[in-house]
Write a protein that binds this ligand. Sequence first.
Ligand SMILES: [Zn+2]
Length: 190
Amino acid sequence: MFNDILDVLVTVPGVRISFDDGNDSDAQSAAPALLERELAGTFYVLAGRLGSAGSVSRRDLSALLAAGFSIGTHGMHHLPWKKLGAAAVEREMVTARRELEDITGRAITSAATPFGRYDRASLASLRRFGYSEVCTSDRRLAVPGSFLQHRFSVTSTDTPDSVLRAIVAAGQPHYRLAKVSIGLAKRWLA
Ligand SMILES: [Zn+2]
């Protein structure tokens, strides 16, 4: 079903595809399927799970980058970025990113909020720390260049039809699809 959904997405102009949580299936299944279709993708990784069972390894991150994919941060321990204390903000938004930057040798300026949750304070912190974009799961079309990049979550119960229906139900006439970017988070295991 995942490949069938990708076959639909490849026809949507401006689509952006992303994967949260850094599951090892990102490197084993998702990346090859994207490459086959010449689709770009961003992988939002949890620094605190790198190399653990079921998660991507440091070597996987290098391979994803070498294949042309982008890496973003999903924080350290997958906590909702809402009502976070100062220590948690530092760990989730600063330390986690630094660890990923040390491993990849690249600046990381894109984040995806765990559970799609955020509040005014967490967005202010992310801006202060120099992030250029923050991905949510608000099921709205994303405007290119906006700080908040809305996404539609695609889960294991989705079908190509349900994904297309969600895009249309977002209320945008079809002709506008060429002008917007649609972020999709795939969450088979989350
Ligand atoms: Zn997540």
